[in-house]
Design a protein around this ligand. Structure first.
Ligand SMILES: [Zn+2]
Length: 461
């Protein structure tokens, strides 16, 4: 499977049609697509719209082998996504897929041409990790896998090893900066070697990107993708995100009717794998709401750019006014930046939003111009509550846990009976200690202490 990446994007429509027809034919070698696409005829892009969509449920119902087109032992990486309900979702990634993802990241990020050391906070089993590790291998740079290590070690690595690049969820650099303040790091002197921060796995609205770049004096590169689709987009030097046309045929469809949306309108990104060699997808409904733009980009990279607006279905509506998580977080980070804080949490209630924000001086912030601007901008009911440091983010929790799992800063209490109020409470897999577990742990500790004392005593006799 030797498709040359950029040659695909520049190729003629005829080449693209051939590529799509071959990709669909290849997908049909899997048990699932041999049934799902039975009787369908595909000779090129124009025929794609006539094919049925593929949904996440199809992946779940056909795991682990139903989507594969090669024997499982020939696949580079296997991963299971732990679903909160039902069977896990199995995803596969070939070594050729890893190589192609790495080539794109390497090409798009000029900083990698300089001597680079990257602290990678993505889980070692995540495709983003493979893509970054491969990009660094191609750049002959140093990769430091730190997906499972404690937060404090990340800061220590950056300071001691003069690390130049960091990768992780967008909340990671925000939390690391808070920890750096608690631990007495000087951002410029101790952590100033950092030049580029790869953010992925959650939405990255412009204001969030801007505050990370300001706080760390580094460039933020958005990387976009998922376990099942692998890499779908990479941020460019002009600050936009380019979708991977070399790897995927892209459509945006209406979330309900599944009809194509007008150019520039938000729609659910639907992708067809062009070159993926082990688990190709045909018209896979990602569930991600994106807005595509065909405006040429200043960086010179061809093809559409996209904004990822959040998951379809996460938009909020009050009194006929709709707002996406992307717009909400953008406004909230803008507001927080005006108050010189980074730590806030949004609770979604039936009658409107509550925004809890940590500030030094609550009295001075109440009813301030930034608050009035926020309320005017959101156009939906919002009440701001000003709290003291650690009330929204318990910094000491970062010493107890090692990483952030599926972080959210917006909790919809209308759908979530856990009703989290702080960033740490909202982490889906943050270790929870119930009373029984604490008691059992204490009992074990006391038991070990007594046994230790007895062993030493017996050894003295
Ligand atoms: Zn660009």
């Amino acid at each position: 499977m030797g498709f040359e990446g950029s040659a695909v994007a520049r190729g003629s429509d005829l080449d693209r049609d051939r590529l799509i027809a071959e990709a669909v034919a290849r997908a049909r070698r899997s048990p699932f697509y041999s049934r799902h696409l039975a009787g369908a005829y595909v000779n090129g892009r124009a025929d794609l719209a006539g094919l049925p969509l593929t949904f996440k449920e199809h992946l779940r119902d056909n795991g682990p082998y139903g989507m594969l087109i090669v024997p499982p032992h020939q696949v580079g990486h296997y991963r299971e996504t732990t679903a909160t309900v039902g069977e896990p979702i199995s995803t596969w990634c070939g070594l050729g897929d890893v190589q192609r993802m790495g080539t794109i990241v390497h090409r798009m990020v000029p900083e990698l041409s300089q001597p680079t050391m990257l602290v990678n906070r993505f889980p070692p089993s995540a495709p983003f990790s493979f893509a970054l590790e491969e990009a660094l291998r191609q750049a002959r740079a140093c990769h430091i896998a730190a997906g499972d290590g404690p937060f404090s070690r990340v800061l220590d690595f950056i300071k001691r090893l003069k690390v130049t690049a960091l990768s992780g969820l967008p909340l990671e650099p925000i939390l690391l900066r808070e920890l750096a303040r608690v631990e007495g790091y000087d951002m410029r002197r101790d952590l100033g070697s950092l030049k580029v921060i790869f953010c992925g796995g959650a939405i990255l609205p412009p204001a969030l990107k801007r505050v990370i770049e300001k706080d760390w004096d580094a460039r933020v590169v958005e990387i976009y993708g998922s376990d099942e689709t692998l890499l779908m987009g990479v941020g460019c030097t002009a600050g936009r995100m380019h979708l991977c046309h070399d790897l995927l045929e892209l459509e945006t469809v209406d979330p309900q009717t599944h009809e194509p949306v007008d150019p520039g309108e938000p729609g659910v990104l639907t992708v067809t794998s062009l070159v993926h060699e082990v688990m190709p997808l045909v018209r896979y409904f990602t569930g991600d709401l994106v807005r595509l733009s065909s405006q040429p980009c200043a960086c010179g990279e061809p093809g559409a750019t996209a904004e990822w607006l959040g998951r379809y279905g996460e938009a909020l509506e009050y009194g006929g006014v709709r707002i996406t998580p992307h717009e909400l977080l953008d406004a909230a980070y803008d507001f927080a930046d005006h108050l010189e804080t980074r730590v806030f949490f949004i609770v979604v209630l039936k009658k409107g939003l509550r925004l809890l924000v940590e500030v030094d001086n609550p009295e001075r912030c109440r009813g301030s111009a930034p608050e009035r601007n926020l309320v005017n901008r959101l156009k939906i009911p919002v009440q701001v509550e000003y709290l003291r440091e650690n009330d929204v983010l318990d910094r000491s929790a970062m010493f107890r846990g090692t990483k952030i799992y599926q972080p959210v800063q917006i909790a919809d209490w209308r759908n979530d009976d856990r009703q989290p109020l702080t960033i740490m409470e909202a982490l889906r897999e943050w270790p929870k200690h119930d009373r029984r577990a604490v008691f059992q742990r204490l009992k074990r500790q006391v038991g070990s202490r007594l046994r230790r004392r007895r062993f030493l005593k017996e050894d003295e006799r």
